[in-house]
Design a protein around this ligand. Structure first.
Ligand code: PGA
Length: 249
């Protein structure tokens, strides 16, 4: 019988330490190959990671000049200048502060006129870049990874999706009101994410404890998309003590 790969679980001493551990994994990847392809995530969780990467770049420890990046997702209807678009987020948090080449940074285009063509091209661009070396992920309270909401198939590819009420509610903190949160998004699929050579899922805070437990110790089930990562040979969860607090093992 083949042994199923077990994830590496890192429980950092606190949220800041979790960001440091995650930044270290990215740092290591770039040290091994300065022309790495990074898959990047938005949301509150990775902000501390990007701050550290910028600090290390400014200290001369990191070089992004040969790096290619692909972001997980983008809201449909928001352009790069919109303060809540994920392209804007990435420029603000990372890209504007390091020497990455703008043309080598990819975020799905929320204003694409032909979305089905755009998502096919996004997949092709990932392939042409040689695939993703390290994919950074957050996790939603409902188990979503990127905008793959509960019910998403393990084989799903980059596509247009509807956001659930849970996600609209969770993300409304960034908008004036829940009504202003876009209802649709473009997301990499779970199948796309699973093709990454290394996956680093970072979670912090008590609110993520249950979903983290279910993702690592529950059954692999589309009801909890993050659980579909189980069995990936290069999977690491970086947690703080609060998000790890429901783990049984
Ligand atoms: P958060 O979002 O980092 O803002 O908690 C995570 C996610 O929804 O993937």
């Amino acid at each position: 019988m083949n042994k199923v790969a077990q994830p590496t679980i890192v429980v950092a001493s606190n949220k800041e330490d979790a960001a440091r551990c995650t930044a270290d994994l990215i740092h290591e990847t770039l040290r091994e190959n300065p022309a790495s392809v990074l898959g990047l995530a938005t949301g509150g969780t990775p902000i501390g990671v990007y701050r550290l990467l910028v600090e290390r770049f400014l200290a001369g420890e990191l070089d992004f000049s040969a790096v290619t990046t692909f972001n997980l997702d983008e809201y449909i209807g928001l352009g790069p200048e919109h303060g809540q678009s994920y392209r804007y987020f990435m420029q603000q948090q990372l890209f504007d502060h390091v020497n990455v080449v703008r043309e080598q940074t990819h975020v799905p285009n929320g204003l694409a006129s032909d979305i089905s063509r755009h998502v096919t091209e996004y997949e092709e661009q990932i392939q042409q870049a040689g695939g993703i070396d390290l994919q950074l992920l957050g996790i939603g309270n409902n188990g979503h990874i990127a905008f793959n909401e509960p019910g998403s198939a393990a084989a799903s590819r980059t596509r247009k999706v509807d956001l659930t009420e849970n996600t609209i509610e969770a993300n409304s903190r960034f908008f004036e009101s829940a009504e202003d949160v876009p209802r649709h998004a473009i997301t990499m699929g779970i199948g796309t994410i699973l093709e990454s050579r290394r996956i680093v899922l970072m979670a912090t805070g008590k609110a993520k404890a249950q979903v983290v437990q279910a993702s690592l110790e529950g059954p692999a089930d589309p009801v909890n998309p993050a659980s579909l990562l189980q069995g990936h040979a290069g999977l690491t969860f970086v947690l703080d003590p609060e998000s790890a607090s429901e783990l049984q093992l």
